[in-house]
Design a protein around this ligand. Structure first.
Ligand SMILES: [Zn+2]
Length: 96
């Protein structure tokens, strides 16, 4: 859809990709995998990050990066931002 509209796609975030088990910390998969013919990943869309389903992200309405920059979730958002900036830089679109 974006390509048809001429909007470049830098990638996509896989949201709620997993859940950290509150008991033992291992990764739980929440949803079954999307069929390849219905998946943006099979179209070659770059997966920017696989973000967990985490109460930490949504707690008290404050962005997790501002509330707890050292948390694993905040690290993922920082990695996401760095990845987007790197892609924009490679495209000559770096806003800095
Ligand atoms: Zn567990």
């Amino acid at each position: 859809m974006f390509e048809q509209a001429g909007v470049p796609v830098l990638g996509a975030v896989e949201n709620m990709a997993w859940l950290k088990c509150p008991d033992c910390g291992h990764r739980l998969t929440l949803f079954p995998p999307v069929r390849a013919d219905r998946s943006i990943w099979s179209l070659g869309v770059h997966r920017l990050v696989a973000m967990p389903f985490s109460p930490e992200i949504a707690a008290d309405g404050m962005p997790v990066v501002a509330r707890n920059a050292k948390s694993a979730e905040a690290e993922l958002f920082s990695e996401l931002a760095a990845e987007v900036m790197a892609i924009l830089g490679r495209l000559g679109l770096n806003p800095n």
